[in-house]
Write a protein that binds this ligand. Structure first.
Ligand SMILES: [Zn+2]
Length: 82
């Protein structure tokens, strides 16, 4: 599956989390900023890794950075700010 299509599997919530990871926030900081529990953020991060087909956060951030450069080609994730 193409990377862009994988990115489109993410829920808006998961994309928000991923954006925070791109900005260098830790899971703890994301939990505090989003007013949710750390376990919830960790679960969402695991879901992101699974959907993107990567096994760590650094790889997920790399995918997200690449996605942002190619976002103009996306057909199904227009709701994401470019
Ligand atoms: Zn996109």
């Amino acid at each position: 599956m193409r990377m862009l299509n994988r990115f489109e599997l993410l829920t808006p919530r998961e994309r928000t989390i991923l954006t925070h990871l791109q900005n260098g926030l830790t899971a703890t900081e994301i939990a505090q900023g989003e007013y949710v529990g750390l376990a919830t953020v960790r679960t969402q991060i695991q879901s992101i890794l699974m959907k993107l087909g990567v096994n760590n956060q650094l790889a997920a951030v790399a995918v997200a950075n690449r996605h942002d450069q190619e976002h103009w080609r996306c057909r199904n994730c227009q709701e994401v700010a470019s």
